[in-house]
Ligand binder design. Structure first.
Ligand SMILES: C[S@@+](CC[C@H](N)C(=O)[O-])C[C@H]1O[C@@H](n2cnc3c(N)ncnc32)[C@H](O)[C@@H]1O
Length: 342
């Protein structure tokens, strides 16, 4: 039996409930080898264990609402042994106090670990280390040594915000939330995802960047052309984008099954529903596309609120309101089919 890696994910503070839901989704599906999950409620930290470093790095590359993923090396005593075993001539490392990244010098544990590393031949480099270690715990008894697997590249995600893309509209979803929603849909290689209200394409861009094969629909042809430009700008051209009423296109659609439906439904007057009340439109369109989702697939709906548009066997498994600005709260929902035991 292989030893598993104990990880801790440091969630970002924006919307902790959505961050937890995103991570739970990744843990369940994408990185299926994650076997256990526990939470330390006082801190915004989720503990997971994974099969190997490859899975751990994949988690870093995919997750949105987190800052950093670390692996647990061990308590003070076990860490010293492992550190000595892992230190190699010429390999640089940094040692810092978790929660105090800019004040590393004052803690005696930092000095001791740095000495151990140097005694094995390693060097210390606080600016560009090959390996980054963190000391956790307020005293020696609770001390643990952690090593950074990777920091989440939040700058790269935010570089895709709507104002930076060639086609911009006020409906554009913030890319960090779009990425979290794509993870709720378990977007990934080999998975087909449909967005029946594609708009500027923020959700499909994130799903495509995660490797999914994406299809989008919008009644507004300007949106279709704009979404195509945005997808090209993020390096994912070639999405299938269909112009027309999403309900009608769903009825005519015969090209296979989707693993997930992922959409940000119209809200208010800004979204051009041609006079159809938004809740009627969602209730008319969503069940038609949901029929094209595999039995074990999911529907991820971002909505300004309102009743559930899907009925049995679909059930809502996640529901997190996220305030976008003063006058708009969007709710992130996930629906899955109930398992039939007959
Ligand atoms: C809230 S926006 C989608 C926002 C998108 N997530 C983004 O980041 O740009 C909803 C979209 O639904 C489209 N829409 C409204 N009625 C529709 C219909 N009957 N069929 C297809 N699309 C429709 C609108 O044109 C609009 O682009």
């Amino acid at each position: 039996m292989n030893a598993r890696l104990e990880l801790e994910v440091e969630l970002s503070g924006e919307v902790v409930e959505l961050a937890r839901a995103e991570l739970a989704s990744l843990a369940e599906g994408l990185v299926a080898s994650i076997s256990s999950e526990s939470t330390r409620p006082a801190a915004r930290i989720v503990a997971l264990d994974v099969a190997d470093m490859e899975v751990a790095r994949e988690l870093v590359a995919r997750v949105s609402l987190a800052h950093r993923v670390v692996r647990v090396i061990g308590s003070e005593a076990t860490a010293e042994e492992r550190l000595l075993a892992e230190s190699k001539r010429g390999v640089s490392a940094s040692f810092r106090l978790r929660g105090h990244p800019t004040a590393p010098g004052s803690d005696p544990r930092i000095h001791r670990f740095a000495q151990i590393w140097k005694s094995g031949g390693g060097t210390i480099d606080l600016d560009h280390p090959a390996r980054r270690f963190w000391v956790d715990g307020s005293d020696i008894a609770s001390s643990r040594l952690l090593e950074e697997v990777g920091a989440v590249d939040r700058g790269a995600i935010q570089a895709r915000r709507i104002s930076r893309l060639p086609f911009s509209r006020p409906v554009g979803l913030d890319p960090k939330f779009a990425r979290a929603a794509a993870n709720l849909a378990l977007a990934g290689p080999g998975r087909r995802i449909v967005d029946p209200f594609v708009g500027t394409g923020a959700l499909l861009a994130e799903a495509a960047l995660l490797g999914a094969d994406v299809t989008g629909v919008d009644v507004d042809l300007e949106m279709i052309r704009g979404a195509a430009r945005n997808l090209e700008a993020v390096g994912r051209p070639g999405a299938r984008l269909l112009g027309g009423d999403s309900g009608m296109l769903a009825e005519q659609f015969t090209d296979g099954w989707f693993d997930a439906l992922l959409t940000d439904a119209p809200y208010g007057r800004a979204s051009g529903t041609g006079g159809e009340p938004v809740s009627d439109l969602i209730a008319r369109v969503l069940p038609l596309w949901a029929r094209r989702v595999r039995d074990d697939g999911r529907v991820v709906l971002v909505t300004a609120g309102g009743p559930d548009p899907l009925s049995e066997p679909w059930r809502r498994t996640v529901s997190v309101p996220v305030r976008q600005h003063r006058s708009l709260t969007r709710e992130f929902r996930v629906y899955r089919r109930s398992v039939s035991l007959t």
